[in-house]
Every structure is written in C-alpha cells, then in structure tokens.
Design a protein around this ligand. Sequence first.
Ligand SMILES: [Mg+2]
Length: 202
Amino acid sequence: MRIGIDFDNTIACYDGVFHRAAVDRGLIPPDVGMSKNAVRDHLNSSGRKEAFTELQGWIYGPGMDLVSPYPGFDIFVDAAVGVGHAIFIVSHKTRTPLAGPAYDLHSAARNFLDLRDITGPNRIAADAIFFEETKEAKVARIGELDCDVFIDDLPEILTMRGFPDETKALLFDPLRHHNGDHPALHHVGSWEEIGELLITLG
Ligand SMILES: [Mg+2]
C-alpha cells in the first residue's frame, strides 16, 4: 500500500507550543487555550494577525525543537515499513514564512524528521518527502504518487478539486473538531487507530 501523510498537525503536534511561545513573548495571557487555534483566534480577534503569522514562522523554523510527533507515530512507521507499505510525506509549506525573518521552513521540517528518526534506513526515505508551495500542487503530488490513502488534518485538502478519486481520504482529527462534519470522510483520532485500520486490519 502507498500511504501519503501530511506534515503539520498530522505528524508534527503543536499542542501547547504556540501557547508557550506566545506567553513567553508576552503576546497572550496564560489563560488563553492551549491549542494553536486558540492562540490564533486570540491574536486575530485583538487585531494582531501579523503577530500570529510571525510567531508561526518562528515555530515552523527554529522553534521546531519544541515540537514532537503525535504519540504513536513512530510505532506506526515501524509497523507500516515492516509490512512493506511505502510512506510518503506531502506538505503544503512555503520555503520561508509569509512574515518575519526568512527562516528555511523546508529544512527545519526535514531536520525535525531526521532528529526524531522518522527518516532514515528502515524508516521513511528522505526522497519520499515533498514540500509544495501551493495546495493545488499538493493534491497534484498526491495523485502523481498514486497514493492508496492520504491522511491530513484539513478537510479542505481532502475534499479539494483535483484530490484523486482513487485515494482514500482519512481526516486526522485527534481533538474531534470535526465531529459530525464531513461525513463522507473517514475520521481517525490517533496513530494507533490509523495503524489498526491500515496494518492490523488492512
Ligand atoms: Mg496539516
């Protein structure tokens, strides 16, 4: 099976990271919610959209040191590679942030994957990782790679025009934001659940 996986908020878990960085910079009071969306909504609603964009640029760049993969992702990769599945990572990510210093976000993400042993021998091959500058290029890549399944936290990618009909769409939704939405998509809540679906049962 050819398994395609998104990167941000599907492999890389930012829970608590935006909150901590925003509190450290004095951008938000500590009682704002811990999720990335809570921090974004707080800054957007107080007219500081640009501050959020810069904060995101820092986290996706040098701040990747503070980020972890979702629990169980490493076990999933071991098991999937062990049974002969091919894994690809396809991410919509600009080379540099849209605001603030010009950090190289593609190399920051590759370093994250290397340092946590997600890429390497008997893991995901370094040449199976693709960063695309637009969402259209991302769904085109998923088609070119002929993925049997693609896992993403954004329904808008999985339902986009150009997303291949032959690719089964899994919506990664660990916090159950989309409970009841998008009934046509298969919702999954953890990497353990994805492993059961694609390896144990599949
Ligand atoms: Mg994502």
